[in-house]
Design a protein around this ligand. Structure first.
Ligand code: NAG
Ligand code: NAG
Ligand code: NAG
Ligand code: NAG
Ligand code: NAG
Length: 426
């Protein structure tokens, strides 16, 4: 079966030919599909559905000119390079570092990553830090995700064959509030750095409908199933929670509307579980400005699951045609780019680009479609096609930050406490 034909079908249609009537009927009755094959991974589903791995777009090597410009920018933006400048050219760039903290675990990670940011980055380049947290309005709107007043429907499960409050432990995972995050920021960064905790709000797009089974499901019983109608394999995957989709809405749209970022031109997004482990050799905001790029990634790779970008390319193509737009980067304007990923844990962007009218209009339509929630479309692939549509290849180019492997880590191991002043761990 052609890949496109399979991907074009709805989730239920996908399941029916693969697994016979029994599964189709169960799916209609609202049983989560994964409970029927609890041991299956995405690869098993791909095999069952005869999905071959989608074609890969070949990553281009940087041209000699791009490499030269990049090396020169790095030299000028090194500590020595900046120190040797005179007058206003010694100034820092117009940028800010942004974090999103919505879970208890993010708060714990932040208390490890911020002291390291301070020592390895802010000590030389004291850019302001913005930490976005869930507003009270959002906490109440999606209290299943952001509050722990009761056990969440998504996390509630059987234990030892028992269902009931007494024996079930629901780990509290209410979104950290402003005061809690301020405390961590203050302990990690101290009074000498410019940091701010700002609240954000969002809503699930109207196209996304809650399943009545989920709505009526008592939290005391398991089997509430997927939350929304027509979630595909990627979105309904066990362990994927609505907070993940909210995050994808945040990084494709909501972040660029935030007042806290309004007065800056560049942002550097770092995830709470991303840490610097060595001092940076050059100011990344400076290299961004010098090379004139609009986006920089640290990791660019191919994503493994066609389910997570199901329909994404078709959406972009239709948007381009409906709006009479001319794609600007032929290299990435193609179906296989929907499988390219600028990994989210670290990335830098030009806020003026994201705030421009055409980009905001697209971001609005992209989120209103609903598949950020239903197929788990993410910012990581969104950026690739967004830039291919609106910008020349060189706006992102083929060179990322190039931070050496030893200088950073993601979901890092910790041994002892890091001192942001001395840089020593005790
Ligand atoms: C997948 O391939 C097998 C073997 O060729 C076939 O029996 C099965 O029906 C196919 N499944 C789908 C969903 O096309
Ligand atoms: C939780 O959210 C639901 C749905 O938005 C709402 O009806 C309910 O009042 C909220 N509960 C609390 C305690 O805020
Ligand atoms: C929610 O979790 C927090 C953090 O663990 C805890 O301090 C708080 O008491 C909990 N709130 C409720 C209503 O259970
Ligand atoms: C920084 O960039 C923003 C957005 O382009 C702009 O409004 C602001 O004036 C700039 N600030 C400085 C100091 O250049
Ligand atoms: C893209 O940018 C490069 C480098 O600045 C330039 O040489 C090229 O002409 C541009 N291409 C288009 C289509 O604008």
């Amino acid at each position: 079966m052609a890949l496109r034909a399979v991907l074009g079908a709805g989730a239920l249609a996908l399941l029916r030919p693969a697994c016979g009537l029994e599964l189709a009927r169960s799916a209609q009755e609202g049983l989560p599909w994964y409970e029927l094959h609890p041991g299956w991974g995405l690869d098993d589903w791909k095999k069952e559905l005869n999905l071959s791995d989608p074609p890969k777009v070949a990553f281009r090597k940087a041209t000699t000119d791009e490499r030269k410009a990049h090396d020169e920018a790095k030299r000028q933006c090194s500590i020595a390079g900046i120190a040797s400048r005179r007058g206003s050219s010694r100034a820092m760039e117009n940028g800010t570092i942004a974090y999103l903290v919505t879970r208890r675990s993010d708060l714990a990670q932040l208390s490890e990553s911020l002291p390291r940011l301070r020592h390895h980055f802010l000590r030389f380049w004291p850019y302001p830090v913005k930490i976005f947290v869930v507003s009270d309005s959002l906490r109440q709107y999606d209290n299943d995700t952001f509050d722990n007043l009761t056990c969440k429907k998504d996390t509630y499960h059987h234990s030892d064959g028992t269902v009931g409050w007494g024996r079930i432990s629901c780990t509290p995972d209410n979104a950290p509030n402003k005061e809690e995050v301020r405390k961590v920021a203050s302990e990690s960064l101290g009074p000498d750095y410019d940091w701010e905790v700002a609240e954000f709000d969002l809503r699930v797009p109207e196209a996304v409908k809650v399943r009545p089974e989920w709505e009526n499901c008592d939290r005391k019983h398991m089997g509430c199933g997927p939350r929304w109608e027509n979630m595909n394999l990627c979105a309904a995957w066990p362990g994927i929670k609505p907070g993940y989709m909210h995050m994808n809405q945040f990084f494709t749209k909501v972040m660029y509307e935030q007042e806290a970022l309004r007065k800056y031109k560049y942002y550097l997004r770092l995830d709470a579980d991303f840490e610097f482990r060595e001092t940076l050799k050059a100011d990344p905001f400076c290299t961004m400005a010098q090379t004139g790029r609009k986006f920089i990634w640290q990791t660019r790779r191919h994503s493994g699951s066609p389910f997570c970008t199901q329909g994404l390319w078709e959406w972009f193509q239709k948007y381009q045609q409906d709006n009479g737009l001319t794609p600007q980067d032929p290299h990435f304007w193609r179906e296989s780019s929907a499988m390219v990923n600028y990994v989210g844990y670290a990335g830098m962007g030009d806020l003026d680009f994201f705030r421009s009218e055409p980009v905001r209009k697209l971001a609005e339509a992209f989120n209103n479609d609903g598949r950020v929630y239903l197929n788990r479309w993410s910012d990581q692939t969104y950026y690739v096609l967004l830039f291919a549509l609106f910008e020349n290849h060189s706006a992102v180019g083929d060179i990322g930050f190039e931070w050496p492997d030893a200088s950073w880590c993601h979901k890092c191991q910790h041994h002892g406490k890091f001192d942001p002043i001395t840089g020593k761990t005790s």
